[in-house]
Design a protein around this ligand. Structure first.
Ligand code: ADP
Ligand code: DAR
Length: 339
């Protein structure tokens, strides 16, 4: 296979030796290493470039996945993942009590059902079984978490586009997911649950089988975290998630292993935002990711950016949130935003 001259972690670690070692291996879902690297091969601008088709992918193709995971998360073989949902450990609850900088706060986790193939390898029938199991579990939500589930196949294009515009619904699978095979049978078996106040959402069968999301206007990340924790406590009473002591919660993309948590703020960076390269460097120094207002691979609008924790594996949930808390504190309280 020709090296595709990209800067992705896949192109760095999918050497001829690794390819020869792993070719011919197939997981119980029929997933091969060429399936795992297809997205990065077809999209040379990928940052990572690999996806797992199932839990087995991470062990069958460890010579490829392990160095990518170590470089992305700084997490080594033999390490044990840690969990902490104790909200009292969050260092600052409201990151912007005066409402000067932060438009909205969101925390999401990814989850996949134990013994199910992930989005790149799951069959249409298995995806629908997963959807039905998840929708049944969503019916448990009461009070502020109570809401409704809408299948994408029954949603008008107008409503779908509006929900994407309002940052609630996932976009139609991007080209990275398309190449990975995650968009097969679109939109069958996919949908969104949202609470009546739209502060709690669950995406079903996007990149992972569940994306469990808590979000609200303003900077009160502590409230967002507590709502998410309550919802997870309810869901895991009836769903068993793919998990291991080393990898934490399994995800189709290795960047989302472990806590599978991305805590983000939409924040106004009027001056810093003028030099996005410099801003990206500042964020990287704070172990933060910089995205546009419509998520990954989108642009900022009117000086508003999506800033979030980069590392998800080898940190606990509260440590992931505190990375965001400290980063935002650095940006706001040290007045970097104003200079
Ligand atoms: P994910 O967070 O699930 O990895 P994306 O980065 O693509 O996926 O973001 C998904 C959607 O969530 C996008 O529409 C994005 O605008 C929205 N979003 C992310 N963070 C926030 C936030 N802090 N406030 C409001 N919307 C957000
Ligand atoms: N765009 C792919 C995936 C990177 C991480 N984002 C996810 N999983 N949504 C890339 O390799 O750049």
């Amino acid at each position: 296979m020709e090296k595709n001259h990209s800067q992705s972690l896949m192109s760095k670690y999918f050497t001829k030796e690794v390819k020869n070692k792993l070719s011919g291996l197939k997981t119980s879902n029929g997933f091969t290493v060429l399936d795992a690297v297809r997205s990065g091969m077809e999209n040379p601008d990928s940052n990572v470039g690999v996806y797992a088709g199932d839990e087995e992918s991470y062990s069958f193709f460890a010579p490829l996945f392990d160095p990518i995971i170590e470089e992305y998360h700084g997490y080594k073989k033999g390490e044990l993942h840690k969990t902490d949902f104790d909200s009292s450990h969050i260092e600052i609850n409201n990151l912007d009590s005066e409402g000067k900088y932060i438009i909205s706060s969101r925390i999401r986790v990814g989850r996949n059902l134990k013994d199910f193939a992930f989005s790149p390898a799951i069959s249409k029938s298995e995806r629908i079984v997963a959807e039905n199991k998840i929708v049944a579990a969503l019916k448990q939500f009461k009070d502020d978490l109570q809401g409704r589930y809408c299948q994408l196949s029954n949603m008008s294009e107008e409503i779908r586009l509006q929900m994407v515009k309002d940052h609630f619904l996932f976009k139609k699978g991007d080209r990275f997911l398309e190449s990975a095979g995650a968009n097969r049978d679109w939109p069958e078996g996919r949908g969104i649950f949202y609470s009546n106040d739209k502060k709690f959402l669950v995406w079903v069968n996007e990149e992972d089988q569940l994306r469990i999301i808590s979000m609200q206007a303003g900077g009160n990340i502590g409230e967002v975290f507590k709502r998410l924790t309550r919802a997870l406590d309810i869901l895991q009473k009836s769903l068993i998630f793919a998990y291991s002591g080393h990898f934490g919660y399994f995800s189709s993309c290795p960047t989302n292993l472990g806590t599978a948590m991305r805590a983000s703020v939409h924040i106004k960076l009027p001056k810093l935002g003028r030099d996005e390269t410099n801003l990206k460097t500042i964020c990287a120094s704070l172990n933060l990711s910089l995205r546009g207002v419509h998520g990954e691979h989108s642009n900022s609008e009117n000086g508003v950016f999506d800033i979030s924790n980069k590392q998800r594996l080898g940190v606990s949930e509260t440590e992931a949130v505190n990375t965001l808390v400290r980063g935002v504190k650095e940006l706001i309280i040290n007045k970097k935003i104003m200079n």
